[in-house]
Design a protein around this ligand. Structure first.
Ligand SMILES: [Zn+2]
Length: 318
């Protein structure tokens, strides 16, 4: 160690909730031990902002030394903490200031959105308080309990029950499967499918209702799969000019004229690659023309088309 006193594990621990925000986790850990968040953070190091902030409003960020102290307080290895809490990944750490751990609650999360975790998943882990996750997008679908949650802070309607419309959960499962199988290319094509379907020229616009994602998702899942069928071949240099034109023509036919402008834009951005840019293996890290495909980048940031951004109003659900 570097001479900093390493904190001892707190007497009582809380279970991880996968994808939870650091602020939400620390709030639970402090409460479990009868401490205020302020007391817990001050035991760790020097803050750069108020010590007590409601975790539904912003995220808590740490530097490398702070991350080590939090792991010590939790009695868990740093690697386990990073797996469970996305904002503890190296890319989200605050710049270090030597040995003294530093923490900060900015006005809003640096990356991603705070989205309410599924209360039934939480209950299954013995958690009876609201849990906030850090997500790339403004929503989360629990496929296990068929619940849609989002970044609303409104306690009156904390989730939407999706069991009456199982096609949405099926679409979410399909989207996840594509992202698992095709990595960043999969994520990019899901984002582009959102972009195409929400394109200015399309009738299926996102509009101001946040639940628009529920209506779009089944279409997105189907379209993303179709985009991937050409995109994987294009990136590998195995798509001919004729196939490229043919695919485009067919999409215009089966999706209707109102989307033809969006498909034209997409096709022009995903033109055939010159031989020296072709990647023979699967799934380049930043698949052309997408330069920002990462852990907490939202579909709005990832898509290569400009579409009306997902609204972030205070009061959701239309
Ligand atoms: Zn759940």
């Amino acid at each position: 160690m570097d001479g900093t006193a390493v904190a001892r594990a707190l007497p009582l621990q809380v279970r991880f909730f996968s994808g939870e925000s650091v602020g939400s986790y620390v709030t639970r850990l402090a409460a479990r031990n009868g401490l205020s968040v302020q007391q817990l953070l001050e035991s760790m190091g020097e803050g750069l902002s108020a010590a007590s902030v409601d975790p539904r409003y912003t995220e808590l960020y740490l530097d490398r030394a702070g991350r080590e102290q939090l792991a010590a307080l939790s009695g868990r290895p740093v690697a386990d903490m990073v797996r469970a809490l996305p904002s503890l990944a190296d890319e989200h750490l605050l710049p270090g200031q030597g040995d003294v751990p530093v923490w900060r609650w900015p006005w809003s999360p640096h990356d991603g959105y705070l989205v309410r975790g599924c209360a039934l998943c939480a209950a299954a882990r013995g958690i009876d308080t609201p849990v906030w996750m850090v997500r790339a997008d403004t929503w989360h679908i629990c496929v296990r309990h068929a619940r849609f949650t989002d970044n609303s802070r409104d306690d009156a309607r904390p989730f939407i029950d999706l069991s009456p419309g199982p096609h949405v959960v099926e679409a979410e499962q399909k989207v996840r499967k594509l992202e698992r199988r095709y990595g960043r290319v999969g994520r990019a094509m899901v984002a582009d499918a959102f972009g195409i379907l929400a394109h200015d020229a399309a009738r299926l616009r996102l509009g101001a209702r946040r639940t628009a994602v529920l209506h779009l998702l089944p279409h997105v899942a189907a379209l993303a799969e179709s985009l991937l069928s050409v995109e994987m071949r294009r990136l590998a240099g195995r798509l001919t000019k004729e196939e490229h034109a043919h695919w485009h023509l067919n999409r215009r036919k089966d999706r209707g004229m109102h989307l033809s402008q969006a498909f034209a834009t997409w096709s022009s951005k995903h033109s055939l690659l010159p031989q020296d840019k072709v990647a023979p293996g699967c799934c380049p890290a930043q698949p052309d023309p997408h330069s920002r495909v990462g852990g907490l980048q939202s579909v709005d940031e990832v898509m290569c088309l400009s579409a009306p951004p997902f609204p972030v109003p205070e009061r959701p659900y239309g």
